[in-house]
Structures are given as structure tokens and as C-alpha cells.
Design a protein around this ligand. Structure first.
Ligand code: NAG
Ligand code: NAG
Ligand code: NAG
Ligand code: NAG
Length: 188
């Protein structure tokens, strides 16, 4: 198919989905519009903190790193069209990790990271809110970190969160308004 034909098809598809009007959610369904708004907000907050938290002065081994999104989690638009469960369940695991890490009893509780504690707690509020919209329980078990490695741990957590937030914002933007992937999206 030529790319201009694909583009026409795309425009028609988006016009059709726009014409459906506000969808009504049935019980148990997830409001992806809300997920999109929250994940975009999370990405903005993560970027802001990424520019503030000092960089690591040393390398440390993270005992319990948050889960990351891998290619096998199929979070690309093609896979999401046929299967959104695999990607979404991985995102949920990561959101649970980040809620625990950024929560007030998490790694930012340490004195070495106290400058960013409030912003970190706000982030945990957003990840917790996102989990509730996804109908997932939020449990924030306290996390102990050793003092000497706390500042490096805070920086590491922010870097990981920032990368994760970019992917999750893309995924929820797609799920909120799925549009047939276009030729251009193949280059992502
Ligand atoms: C989904 O959430 C958005 C944003 O909060 C809201 O405007 C919309 O009415 C909700 N949609 C449904 C179907 O509940
Ligand atoms: C992150 O989640 C994984 C899988 O649920 C778990 O094994 C790991 O301990 C969690 N890490 C933190 C810091 O909560
Ligand atoms: C997080 O949410 C709780 C409950 O909604 C609220 O009391 C608290 O002030 C919020 N914390 C931040 C840092 O926004
Ligand atoms: C996610 O997948 C389920 C099951 O395949 C499907 O019913 C649902 O419409 C999908 N949701 C979105 C937003 O694509």
C-alpha cells in the first residue's frame, strides 16, 4: 500500500473514532483517557526531577531494581493492537515498584535525598493514582536503604523512572486513542 493511501486510511479511522462520541465504560473497564493524562503528568514530573537530582558520584549495585520495560513486553503500537495485556501487566509491576521507591517511606526518606522528598512523594501519589485507575491495589511496603549509598540510589531511581515514564506515556496515549500504526511509526 502506498504511504498516501495509508495516511488517508489513518485520517478516516481517526475521524470515525472521533465520531463515536464519549464512550461509556462498563464495570471493570479501565478509563485509558485518565491513564493517559496521569502518565503524561508522571513524565513531566519525572523529567523535572531528573534535571534536579544530583548525578551519582559512585556506582552502586541495586539489590532490588524496579522492573524495566523490555522488548519482549510488546509495548509497541503493533503488538498493543492485538494484545495489550502483556505490556500493561509489566507496566503495573513497574508502577508498584516506583510507588514503593518514591513513597514517603521509600528511598527519598533518607537525609541525603531530603531536598527532593516532597517532589518524590508527589510522584508516588501519581503512580498510586494510576494504579487505582488500572484497578490495581496499591501497597507501599517501607524500603530501607543504607545511608552511604542513598544519594546514588535516589539518582538511579530518578533515571529509571524517567525512562519508564516516557514509555508508559506512549503506551497509554496509544491505548486512549488507538490509531492504526502508520508507516512513520515504524521508525520509532
Ligand atoms: C474518563 O476520564 C476522563 C478524564 O478524567 C473523563 O473526562 C471521562 O468522562 C472518563 N470517561 C468515562 C467513559 O468514564
Ligand atoms: C519490584 O518488583 C519486582 C517484581 O514484583 C520485585 O521482585 C522487586 O522486589 C520490586 N522492587 C522494589 C524496589 O519494590
Ligand atoms: C499525596 O496524597 C495524599 C492523599 O491524597 C495527600 O494527603 C498528600 O498531601 C499528597 N502528597 C503530596 C506530596 O502531594
Ligand atoms: C485490550 O485488550 C482487550 C482484550 O484483548 C480488549 O478487549 C480491549 O479492547 C483492549 N483495550 C484497548 C484500549 O485496546
Amino acid at each position: 500500500m502506498s504511504s498516501s493511501l495509508l495516511l488517508v486510511l489513518c485520517v478516516v479511522l481517526s475521524a470515525l473514532s472521533g465520531a463515536r462520541g464519549a464512550p461509556v465504560l462498563s464495570a471493570g473497564e479501565v478509563n485509558y483517557t485518565k491513564c493517559k493524562a496521569l502518565s503524561v503528568k508522571l513524565n513531566e514530573m519525572a523529567r523535572d526531577l531528573y534535571h534536579k537530582v544530583e548525578s551519582k558520584k559512585m556506582a552502586i549495585i541495586i539489590d532490588e531494581p524496579p522492573v524495566s520495560i523490555r522488548p519482549i513486553d510488546t509495548c509497541d503500537p503493533w503488538s498493543l493492537q492485538s494484545n495489550n495485556e502483556t505490556c500493561q501487566s509489566r507496566i503495573i509491576l513497574a508502577l508498584k515498584n516506583y510507588t514503593r521507591i518514591f513513597h514517603k517511606d521509600g528511598v527519598f526518606n533518607n537525609l541525603a535525598c531530603s531536598n527532593w522528598r516532597e517532589q518524590a512523594n508527589e510522584i508516588a501519589n501519581v503512580t498510586g493514582h494510576l494504579l487505582r485507575v488500572l484497578r490495581e491495589p496499591v501497597e507501599a511496603a517501607p524500603l530501607d536503604s543504607v545511608d552511604w549509598q542513598a544519594s546514588a540510589l535516589c539518582r538511579d531511581s530518578v533515571e529509571r523512572l524517567y525512562s519508564f515514564s516516557i514509555i508508559s506515556a506512549r503506551v497509554f496515549s496509544f491505548l486512549a486513542s488507538p490509531v492504526a500504526p502508520t508507516v512513520e511509526m515504524k521508525q520509532c
